[in-house]
Design a protein around this ligand. Structure first.
Ligand SMILES: *Cc1c(COP(=O)(O)O)cnc(C)c1O
Length: 330
């Protein structure tokens, strides 16, 4: 636009002749936030939800798992331009091929947001969406264990559009120190130790989830295939909200976060679930024995409903455990 000229619609249109380009208002099909999805997948308060129309899918009420027949039904009905897969709080394996087939049938593009599971994918311990998705996005700071940041991957066909959407579309100058740190993280991910680390994350998640189940807690979907699990507090602790549990455990030096569970009747501020992951403990060198101990500590705090004496004694044990497994500096 010339300096001082008013917004010129004709000029704008001439510069964006690509009517095929995905335009604001198009339909996205993505996982509902309360069922494990992410704000950036079309929640109305997020820019993604302000720009696009969104239909959400959820997990099955009985199994806590994504039901591919339901995805197919919804996709045929809402005819999305883009199907988003991937989650912040879904403990089970993703069926990328199933999604790809549905996307192909309805003429949608497929985006896999592997923010949480990127480390498992890199280590070959969770199927990779790369062969079938048009776009794969990830953070670099979750299981990938790198700096806070992100990566967008795409097929050759979309390279130019993605690059210009990042710059000049959205982003200013790059953070070179973060790019260097991402390179270090990806270099680490190529090493055999990284695969061993990811396998131990999974072993620890199995040990922790089995111990929690053994102590009578409910887990959404009955367990996990990944690094995280979602405790459903309602059955064993009907009066305890996720927020209360998070606070009590925090006082005992156990860091978890409150989380909505599928079909939660409580508001997000309170919620009925806890999300627990094993990557950080695994980095400290803790193993399945420590996970079983941690399950015991968690249930002690919850059963005591955060009573000061219980919190105090658990905190002492947590401090002792952390002293046995200090943070390593490389
Ligand atoms: C964490 C996460 C992101 C990125 O969120 P940040 O707040 O930038 O960490 C994107 N998608 C999913 C599914 C995530 O879990």
């Amino acid at each position: 636009m010339r300096p001082g000229s008013r917004f010129d619609e004709a000029e704008q249109r001439e510069k964006h002749p690509d009517e095929e380009a995905r335009t604001p208002g198009d339909m996205i099909l993505s996982l509902h936030l309360d069922h494990g999805g992410h704000l950036s997948h079309g929640k109305h308060v997020n820019i993604s939800g302000k720009w696009f129309r969104v239909t959400t899918y959820g997990v099955d009420r009985k199994t806590g798992r994504i039901d591919m027949d339901e995805i197919q039904r919804l996709a045929r009905e809402c005819k999305p331009k883009l199907i988003i897969t991937g989650a912040s709080a879904y403990p089970r394996e993703w069926n990328w091929d199933g999604f790809a087939e549905i996307a192909k049938e309805v003429g949608a593009l497929l985006l896999a947001d592997i923010a949480h599971i990127a480390g498992l994918v890199a280590a070959g311990l969770h199927p990779s969406p790369v062969p079938v998705a048009d776009f794969v996005t990830t953070t670099t700071h979750k299981t990938l264990r790198g700096p806070r940041g992100g990566i967008t991957m795409c097929t050759e066909e979309w390279k130019k559009k993605i690059n210009s959407a990042v710059f000049p579309g959205l982003q200013g100058g790059p953070l070179m120190h973060i790019i260097a740190a991402k390179a270090v993280a990806l270099g680490e991910a190529l090493r055999p130790e990284f695969k061993a680390y990811q396998q131990l994350i999974l072993d620890n998640a199995q040990a922790l989830s089995e111990s929690l189940l053994g102590r009578g807690l409910d887990l959404v979907s009955g367990g996990t295939d990944t690094h995280l699990m979602l405790v459903d507090l309602r059955k064993q602790y009907p009066e305890v909200t996720g927020a209360m549990a998070e606070d009590w455990l925090g006082l005992a030096n156990i860091v978890v976060n409150k989380n909505m569970i599928p079909f939660d009747e409580r508001k997000p501020m309170h919620a009925s679930g806890l999300r627990i992951g094993t990557p950080a403990l695994t980095t400290r060198g803790m193993g399945p024995d420590e996970m079983r101990k941690i399950a015991e500590l968690i249930t002690r705090v919850l059963t005591a409903e955060g009573a000061a004496a219980a919190v105090e004694s658990v905190r002492g044990e947590v401090i002792d455990m952390c002293a046995q497994f200090p943070q390593k500096t490389h």
